[in-house]
Write a protein that binds this ligand. Sequence first.
Ligand code: HEM
Length: 422
Amino acid sequence: MTERGISRREFAKSAVAIGGTAALAACLDRGSGTIPEGTDDPASLPDRQHAWDASLATDDAGNHRLSRHHVLLLLDYTEDGMPSDSDREQVEAALRDLERAYEWSNEGLLFTLGYSPAYFDRFDADVAGVDLPEPMALAPFEDPELDTPDALLHLASDDERVVIEAEEALKGNRDSANDQDMSATFEGVFREAERRTGFVGAGLPAENQDVDGIPDSEPVPDEAPLFMGFKSGFKENQASEDRVTVDSGPFAGGATQHLSKIRLQLQQWYEQDSRGQRVSKMFCPAHAAEDKVEGVGENLGTDNGAGECPDDVVDSGRRKGVVGHAQKMSRVREDGTPTILRRDFDSTDGGEAGLHFLSLQRSIADFVATKQAMNGTDVANESAVGQQVNNGILQYMTVTRRGNYLLPPRSLRSLPPANPDA
Ligand code: HEM
């Protein structure tokens, strides 16, 4: 505890994790550089809310680099019945204000607003053309809480000032965003059910490693973009935005979104496992034997190389006693590419090391199939590999929450009906 009675961990929290006007004031004081302004021509922005890739920075190898700071707001619509036109207009006006205030880019603001099965329940019709199931447990060994807010807002920027300020402006705690007046807010329409935050990118995990789940020896390398010490999201191992886009029906141009909250326990990962074991479990034993991964994995370029891991995972598990995460996941590729687009990031919410696993896919079924491959139940049943031990990275993570959402195309993002064509 510090003199002021705040625990050291609480004190070390990042501004985005704390949020609110005080954190914003501190950030604005120490922040430097102008934030690029947006546009008042909505037609110049992509139809897809999830069209972020073209507006993200790229790394030296050409991989898209996800924005560094993230806020997730789980929101409830304040009305139980059908959304009114005035509420729709208010939400749309507030979102357009953000687009006017900040450039649609990693330096400005990227965001999506999605809706849950609980939201669509208020309509008589089913969601048109998209299967949007209620979230559920997806492994015999997990028991997550199932999220049922009406909506999920995802704010992302390389600049922590932007995500905090945009949030405060939407909540009506601030009259302007990037020095431009807000004409509308979410006040009276959306109520916050829960706030989650996070970060991804070199330096941030090391800076934020003073949390439960990470040993006190501060083992997270400075250059690691994620707590587990490896780079993720190589270009060749991500679905394209086209692949995850709903391609027919009134929600064409949209996507489905899955969000899970994962608690990380990295004591053994860093204090007992060797570098070779970590590479074996994250990628595959062959990558460890051939020293394929240097440091956090920058040397892999644009491809994790899992295509070269033995693809008979059960046989590989029998021979090596361990199977890799990427090795298992590469079993569900379609035409050589995964079917989900991962936009996950680390978190210190609740003082615990965690990861908000956020993925986009055309259908939630694509996510479920991918997650089933990760469970590796077949390998556990047919080899000495355990259900969680030596089974990729399952031993180090616990899924505590799951939620499913539909990201409508931009034109339907403000309180959409279940069947816009009806
Ligand atoms: C603690 C959580 C996780 C961490 C740290 C993590 C990390 C990684 C890393 C380092 C790779 C290899 C590099 C790359 O291709 O990006 C990878 C690949 C992958 N991961 Fe994860 N992952 C996690 C959870 C998940 C979950 C929950 C899923 C989905 C159910 C998932 C799906 C995938 C897929 C589809 C690939 C690419 C497989 C391929 O190459 O075909 N990951 N992950």
